[in-house]
Design a protein around this ligand. Structure first.
Ligand code: ASP
Length: 299
C-alpha cells in the first residue's frame, strides 16, 4: 500500500432497511465524504465529514437528533486520534455540532469527557452558539408517540421500560424502531495519521440522562496507532462489550476488514446488534455489520 494513501469512510447508522430509503440520504453521505476530504489532517477529515452529517436532518445526530422521553435532544459525540488524544461530550444540549465541542474538549481542556449541563456550559464558554437541533418532523413524531404511550396507560416509574417496550414496538414505525441513524467517520491522512469522529442523538424516547456508547472511548469510538473505528447500533450492548476497542485491538494482527468482521462476529455471539467502520494504519478501509443495513460511503 503506498504510504501516502488517504482514506475516509462514513456511516449513517445501522439497523433494519427502511421500506423506502429517503431520497437524498445516500447523497448526503457522499457529500460528507467530499467535504471531509478537504480536511488537512485525519482529525480534520473526520470532523468535517461528521459535521456535514450532523447538519443533515436525515441522520440522528446534531440537526435531526431523536428526542428523549421529555421531548428534548441530548446528544453524545467523541473524537479520537491514533496517538491516543481524545475528547467527548455526553448528553449535551442546545448546540449545532457536538462533534466540534468534543474536539474542543480534547484540544482546550485537561479532560476527555464532559457531560450534561457541564458539557453545554463548556460549549458556551468556548464560543459555541445556542441552537435547537429539533426538527419539526421530530417534534411532531414525539407528540404522537407520547400521546399513544399515554393512551396505553401510565405505568409506575420503576416498571416503566418493561411496560413501555411493547408500546414502542407497536407505535414506532419500522424505520424508527429498527434503524439507528447515528453517524460516524474514520480517516487516515497522507502522513499515516488516523482519527475517528462519532455523533448521535441516541435512541428515541431514551430516559433523560442516558448516555450511549458513542462518546465512550473504547465503546462506540476508538483510535490507536493501528487504526480507528466508529460503531453504531444498540448503545448499551456496544458499551458492555467494548466493541470499538475490540476491533482496534484486532487491527494489531489483522487487516482492517478482517478485524471488523471478527469484532462483529464477537458482537453477534453476544447478542449485540452493531455496525462498524474502520481504517487501519496502512489506510485500508473496512465496514461490517450484523444488522440488516448500514449505509456507508468512502473515498
Ligand atoms: N449507538 C447509538 C446509541 O445507542 C445509537 C445508534 O447507533 O444510532 O446511542
Amino acid at each position: 500500500m503506498p504510504p501516502t494513501r488517504t482514506m475516509l469512510v462514513v456511516h449513517g447508522g445501522c439497523g433494519r432497511r427502511p421500506a423506502k430509503i429517503p431520497e437524498g440520504r445516500q447523497e448526503a453521505l457522499e457529500r460528507a465524504v467530499r467535504e471531509g476530504l478537504r480536511g488537512r489532517t485525519a482529525l480534520d477529515m473526520a470532523e468535517r465529514a461528521a459535521r456535514c452529517l450532523e447538519d443533515s436532518p436525515f441522520f440522528n445526530a446534531g440537526t435531526g437528533s431523536v428526542l428523549t422521553l421529555e421531548g428534548r435532544v441530548e446528544m453524545d459525540a467523541a473524537v479520537m486520534t491514533g496517538d491516543f488524544r481524545a475528547g467527548a461530550v455526553g448528553g449535551i444540549t442546545g448546540v449545532r455540532n457536538p462533534v466540534s465541542v468534543a474536539r474542543a474538549v480534547m484540544e482546550q481542556t485537561d479532560h476527555h469527557l464532559l457531560v450534561g449541563g457541564g458539557a453545554t456550559r463548556f460549549a458556551r464558554c468556548a464560543g459555541f452558539g445556542r441552537y435547537d437541533p429539533r426538527t419539526p418532523e421530530r417534534k411532531k413524531r414525539w407528540k404522537e408517540l407520547v400521546a399513544k404511550l399515554r393512551a396505553g396507560g401510565s405505568p409506575s416509574e420503576d416498571r416503566y421500560w418493561t411496560r413501555t417496550r411493547p408500546w414502542l414496538e407497536r407505535y414506532l414505525p419500522r424505520e424508527e424502531r429498527g434503524h439507528h441513524s447515528t453517524i460516524g467517520a474514520v480517516a487516515r491522512d497522507a502522513k499515516g495519521r488516523v482519527a475517528v469522529a462519532t455523533s448521535t442523538g441516541g435512541i428515541w424516547l431514551k430516559l433523560p440522562g442516558r448516555v450511549g456508547d458513542s462518546p465512550i472511548l473504547g465503546g462506540g469510538t476508538y483510535a490507536c496507532p493501528d487504526g480507528a473505528v466508529s460503531a453504531t447500533g444498540h448503545g448499551e450492548g456496544i458499551l458492555r462489550i467494548g466493541l470499538a476497542k475490540v476491533a482496534c485491538d484486532l487491527m494489531k494482527t489483522h487487516p482492517c476488514q478482517q478485524a471488523l468482521d471478527r469484532a462483529i462476529a464477537f458482537a453477534r455471539r453476544n447478542g449485540v446488534e452493531a455496525g462498524l467502520i474502520g481504517v487501519d494504519a496502512e489506510g485500508r478501509p473496512g465496514e461490517a455489520t450484523c444488522a440488516e443495513w448500514m449505509p456507508t460511503a468512502r473515498a
